[in-house]
Design a binder for this molecule. Structure first.
Ligand SMILES: Nc1ncnc2c1ncn2[C@@H]1O[C@H](COP(=O)(O)OP(=O)(O)OP(=O)(O)O)[C@@H](O)[C@H]1O
Ligand SMILES: [Mg+2]
Length: 378
């Protein structure tokens, strides 16, 4: 999966001695009986583009609102720059929030919308006008300054909301599904712009999304949430390559999940007996696993390759092509094994042209090396 980042600020998350800009410490939020956020602890470092990812209702907005100060934690503490701000009101936090609905003032011009917070803060007029000009140019809507929100397209309104949120030069910007209302093309373009703006201004961004591709392309790190808890926190490529649960594996990209149990482990080679696959499979795994443990072998469709006769590969399965999805650059094939289990594999279409074309009901031999798959125990 492509990343918009040439680099990730990995130094920040690899250096535990570095003071985080935000520390979320055992934070919970209860609404009646429901724990919307359930004992979350996270450190976020200065300059990060940090994503909160997860399905609808998993607590993303609630966590963001607690960072902004619009919601009080039931338990736990939040620190910004080492200071406990759990009881500090929103307007005294070095934080600004861009809401899920942009909430622009309908009767005010674009320029006045952007200037609103600055005016409230008592910034002198000349300075305010200068800042508004800077923001208009940053999000490339200089020509729209005099318009009212109803005279703008959805994408333009989104830019105004972003400019308004950035105008006060907050240390931390919280964005709740900022691209939710945009179509796919505009979303992708705006993703680039957001990353550029964030890198230029050096502001720490915390963004909420339920779109895994969006989180993958923009983030330095992603916290994957599930029912108010953190399932996994990692940079995009680690979350993709090394998911630590079936949930994480399934949420990010597509993946083949094959159930079985451990029969042996020698050094870090694990043998798995799988009724699902109808054979034994092999996977490299450095943690010790006890024989008999129920596990799931996880392999991405792009790691599964067509095998030619005779080559010795650890995981080799024969099946019949049942479905082909042509996506332009790649095709996805669904192969049914004799057990009924289906395995997906992808092939780039340049490659496919050079080889024998594949068709429905063709019998194929698939395989992947033991180090191209993972084993999940939860
Ligand atoms: N003020 C509230 N009172 C009662 N329950 C609430 C309140 N706010 C949120 N919840 C509940 O808390 C849970 C988490 O809500 P939240 O808005 O944080 O989800 P989300 O991850 O942002 O979802 P979405 O992707 O749909 O925006 C949901 O079950 C929601 O119904
Ligand atoms: Mg939400």
């Amino acid at each position: 999966m492509p990343s918009l980042r040439q680099f990730t600020p990995e130094a920040a998350w690899q250096a535990p001695e570095g003071e985080p800009i935000i520390r979320i410490e055992n934070v919970s939020k209860r609404f009646g009986e429901l724990y919307a956020v359930d004992d979350i602890s996270l450190d976020i470092h200065s300059g990060e583009f940090f994503s909160l990812l997860g399905p609808s209702g998993c607590g993303k907005t609630t966590l963001l609102r607690m960072l902004a100060g619009f919601e009080m934690p039931t338990e736990g503490k939040i620190y910004i720059d080492g200071q406990d701000i759990t009881q500090v009101p929103p307007y005294e936090r070095p934080v600004n929030m861009m809401f899920q609905s942009y909430a622009l003032f309908p009767h005010m011009s674009v320029a006045d919308n952007i200037a609103f917070g600055l005016k409230q803060e008592g910034m002198p007029k000349a300075q305010r006008q200068e800042r508004v000009r800077e923001m208009l140019s940053l999000v490339q809507i200089d020509k729209l300054a005099a318009r009212k929100p109803h005279q703008l397209s959805g994408g333009q309104r989104q830019r105004v909301a972003l400019a308004r949120a950035l105008a006060k030069h907050p240390k931390i910007l919280l964005l709740d599904e900022p691209l939710g209302a945009l179509d796919k093309k505009l979303r992708e373009q705006t993703q680039f712009e957001l990353v550029n703006i964030q890198e230029r201004l050096g502001i720490t961004f915390i963004i909420v999304t339920h779109d895994q591709e969006e989180a993958m392309t923009m983030s330095s790190r992603i916290a994957l949430l599930r029912d108010g808890r953190v399932e996994q926190v990692d940079p995009p490529h680690r979350l993709y390559e090394y998911p630590n649960s079936r949930y994480a594996a399934d949420f990010i990209g597509s993946i083949n999940l094959i159930d079985g149990y451990v029969i042996s482990q020698e050094d870090n080679r694990v043998q798995i007996r799988s009724e699902d696959a109808g054979c034994d499979l092999e996977v490299i795994h450095s943690q010790p696993l006890i024989a008999g443990t129920q596990v799931t072998l996880a392999v991405r469709p792009e790691k599964v390759r067509l095998q030619t006769e005779g080559n010795a590969i650890a995981n080799r399965l024969t099946g019949v092509i049942k479905e082909i999805a042509y996506l332009g650059d790649v095709s996805i094939y669904h192969v049914e094994l004799p057990t009924g289990k289906r395995i997906q594999f992808t092939q780039s279409n340049i490659q496919a042209l050079a080889e024998q074309p594949l068709s429905w009901e063709d019998e194929v031999v698939l395989g992947w090396p033991a180090n191209s798959c993972g084993v999940l125990t939860q």
